[in-house]
Design a protein around this ligand. Structure first.
Ligand SMILES: NC(=O)c1ccc[n+]([C@@H]2O[C@H](COP(=O)([O-])OP(=O)(O)OC[C@H]3O[C@@H](n4cnc5c(N)ncnc54)[C@H](OP(=O)(O)O)[C@@H]3O)[C@@H](O)[C@H]2O)c1
Length: 238
C-alpha cells in the first residue's frame, strides 16, 4: 500500500522539501498552503488554503482529504516568523496573529483529524529551537512555538493510537532565514542571536530544504523512542 503523507505549508521551504522527498520515495502527498505547491506529480494532491482563516479550515480539509482513511505521517509544518523585536515593542495584535497561524490553526487541524477517524501513525508538529531558547528578539515567534510544544503534549493524550512529537528541525536555509539575514529586516547589532544565524547561512550548519527534509525522514524512527507529546530538537539526536 502506498504511504500517504499530509504536509502543511508545502509551497516553499521545509514543507516543499518534505513533499519532494516523499514523492521521490513513492508516497502520495497531500499538501496545503496559500500559494500552492510548485511540484507537478500525479501523486501530489494540493490545496490553496489560508490557515489564518480558522473557520474555513474544516471544509477545505473535507475536500482535500475526502478519500483518505489512513495517513502514515502528518507534518504540521506551516508557520510564520512575525516581526522580530523587543517584547516591549510588540503589539498584542501581532502576538494574536502569530498565535493564530502557528498554534490555533494546528489545533483546528488536529480536531478535524480526530473527528475524521483517519488512522494516523506519526504526527510531527514543526517547532523550533526558539521555543525553548528565548533569545532576545524572537518575540511572538518564540511564544507561539513554546505554545505549540505544549499543544503537542496535551494532544498526545487525545491521539492514543498515533505518536506525536514537536520537532525543532535545526537551521534550514529557507525564506525565513533569508528574511533574518537581510540587514534591512533586522538590526543584528541589537540582536546577537540573528548574527549567528547569518554566519551559519551557506555552511553545513544550515542545509537547504531537501537535505533538511531527508534528515527528518531519517530521524523519524528515533522520534518513536520518545514519549508521545515530547519536544525533540533534531540536533540532539545521535
Ligand atoms: N528555516 C529554519 O531555519 C527553521 C528553523 C526552525 C523551525 N522552522 C519552522 O519550519 C517551518 C517551515 O518554515 P520554513 O523555514 O520552511 O519557511 P517558509 O519557506 O516561509 O515556509 C513556510 C510555509 O508555511 C506556509 N504558511 C505560512 N502561513 C500560512 C497560512 N496562513 N496558511 C497556509 N500556509 C501558510 C507557507 O505557505 P504560503 O506562504 O504559500 O501560505 C510556506 O509554505 C515553520 O513552522 C518554521 O517555524 C524553520
Amino acid at each position: 500500500m502506498t504511504d500517504k503523507i499530509f504536509v502543511t505549508g508545502n509551497s516553499s521551504g521545509l514543507g516543499l522539501g518534505l513533499s519532494e522527498v516523499y514523492l521521490e520515495l513513492g508516497a502520495s502527498v497531500y499538501g496545503l498552503s496559500r500559494r500552492g505547491c510548485p511540484l507537478k506529480d500525479g501523486r501530489l494532491r494540493d490545496a490553496k488554503i489560508d490557515l489564518s482563516d480558522l473557520d474555513k479550515i474544516g471544509s477545505e480539509l473535507n475536500a482535500l482529504l475526502s478519500d483518505v482513511r489512513d495517513l502514515r505521517l502528518v507534518f504540521l509544518n506551516a508557520g510564520i516568523l512575525g516581526k522580530l523585536r523587543l517584547m516591549q515593542n510588540t503589539p498584542i495584535e501581532d502576538l494574536e496573529s502569530i498565535m493564530v497561524s502557528n498554534v490555533w490553526a494546528n489545533k483546528v487541524i488536529l480536531d478535524w483529524l480526530i473527528a475524521s477517524g483517519i488512522k494516523i501513525d506519526q504526527i510531527v508538529l514543526v517547532s523550533s529551537g526558539a521555543s525553548v531558547s528565548g533569545g532576545k528578539g524572537w518575540s511572538g515567534y518564540s511564544i507561539s512555538k513554546a505554545a505549540l510544544n505544549m499543544l503537542g503534549q496535551l494532544y498526545a493524550h487525545e491521539f492514543p493510537d498515533s505518536h506525536l512529537v514537536s520537532l525543532a528541525p535545526g537551521l534550514v536555509d529557507t525564506a525565513m532565514q533569508a528574511f533574518i539575514s537581510d540587514p534591512e529586516s533586522i538590526d543584528a547589532g541589537d540582536f546577537p542571536v540573528f548574527n549567528r544565524l547569518r554566519e551559519a547561512r551557506g555552511t553545513d550548519a544550515m542545509p537547504g530544504p531537501a537535505k533538511a527534509a531527508r534528515k527528518i525522514v531519517e530521524a523519524l524512527p528515533q522520534l518513536l523512542e520518545y514519549p508521545s507529546g515530547s519536544f525533540v530538537d533534531i540536533r540532539e539526536l545521535s
